[in-house]
Design a protein around this ligand. Structure first.
Ligand SMILES: [Zn+2]
Length: 362
């Protein structure tokens, strides 16, 4: 089919006609674009470092996408513009980005696209008429030249394997502008070109890995904390949060306060007692903590005086009578006893009492 026949019916200005057919239309491609999967692999793989693993292409296609170059020969030179396959006119930035002006001639069309080319040719003709109609109306020579411009579009995915596991990284871009995309760590959201595995086999951003000083395991930094006693960077799982200092401490470094019998950081302990136990406050009658105790255990009123201290987890009540004293270490949320002891006001010794006997000894 000859488009000049088709287009002449559109009522274009005289002298503007298309002298191309689907068989004879020029086919162009940008000089500077990747044209094979091998080239895509060469562009991609050097960007990534895989610790003790490897990368390979897990699928890649290079499609030919049609553009149309419209050349309008005017008295003062040739003007070019480009249409994409939807007949949208490309702005100059896209033309430059895709390298459309730096092209070479293909021997034949890489795809069968007669219908699309006919459609674009028709629209191009209208555009020329709208923009250059007055100027184009004078000459007898052909003044518009159309060419099919074929750009390759690459899409696929890279696969990175370390040990038993692998992760995929999809990519999709013009072959002219394709660059290796960063891998987005699924655990931390960090972007990286360096992948590594944690000790439990997760493939993550290498920059997000650190070694637990205690276990030697390679873990995510976000799963590690500083033990404030040893100064080691350790897995959070190996630590406890001291209820007094609110700091991470290796479980094996935690000690028991001799007074409240709670596990605490040694940093909080002096003379075998945690700082909560060392600083009890006289409980005023309207102290809500004392009110809770009295509501739950009315017999507590039998004791003349109460002091109260607290940690993140417990309330520590010390009651005193004429001769005796009592210590209640109660869960802060439930008031369930965690440690009970009784003693004499005239002796430093305490005797631990089973939790069930709370109401009995009060
Ligand atoms: Zn204590």
């Amino acid at each position: 089919m000859w488009y000049n026949c088709l287009l002449s019916e559109l009522g274009g200005p005289p002298g503007v006609c298309i002298l191309v057919s689907t068989e004879k239309i020029t086919n162009l491609a940008p000089n500077d674009q990747l044209t094979s999967v091998h080239q895509v692999a060469d562009r991609m793989f050097p960007a990534y470092t895989i610790d003790e693993g490897h990368a390979y292409m897990a699928g890649c296609t290079l499609d030919n996408r049609l553009f149309m170059r419209v050349a309008v020969n005017l008295a003062d030179g040739t003007k070019y513009f480009f249409l994409d396959s939807s007949a949208r006119r490309l702005d100059n930035a896209v033309v430059t980005k895709l390298g459309l002006e730096n092209n070479f001639k293909l021997e034949r069309s890489p795809e069968r696209a007669e219908t699309d080319i006919a459609r674009l040719a028709e629209i191009a003709q209208r555009m020329v008429k709208d923009e250059f109609g007055d100027l184009a109306g004078s000459g007898a020579k052909p003044q518009v030249e159309l060419a099919a411009m074929w750009c390759k579009y690459a899409q696929g995915k890279l696969r990175f394997s370390i040990g038993e596991r692998s992760v995929d990284l999809p990519f999709a871009d013009w072959a002219a502008t394709l660059v290796p995309p960063p891998f987005i760590c699924p655990y931390t959201g960090a972007k990286t070109f360096h992948l590594s595995a944690t000790s439990d086999g997760r493939i993550v951003a290498a920059e997000q890995i650190a070694t637990c000083d205690q276990s030697g395991l390679r873990l995510l930094r976000e799963d590690l904390v500083i033990c404030t006693v040893s100064g080691k960077l350790v897995s959070r799982d190996l630590t406890e949060v001291c209820p007094v200092t609110d700091e991470y401490v290796l479980s094996e470094e935690m000690v028991e306060c001799e007074s409240c019998r709670q596990r605490v950081s040694p940093k909080s302990v002096e003379s075998n007692r945690c700082s909560a136990c060392r600083q009890p406050q006289r409980a005023a009658k309207d102290d809500p903590r004392l009110t809770r105790l009295l509501d739950a255990h009315p017999q507590a009123r039998n004791w003349r005086k109460w002091t109260v201290a607290e940690t993140a987890n417990v309330l520590i009540f010390n009651g005193s009578g004429l001769l005796k004293r009592i210590r209640l270490v109660l869960d802060k949320d439930t008031l369930k006893p965690k440690h009970l002891a009784v003693g004499s006001r005239f002796s430093p010794a305490w005797t631990a009492i089973e939790s069930e006997r709370l109401d009995e000894v009060l």
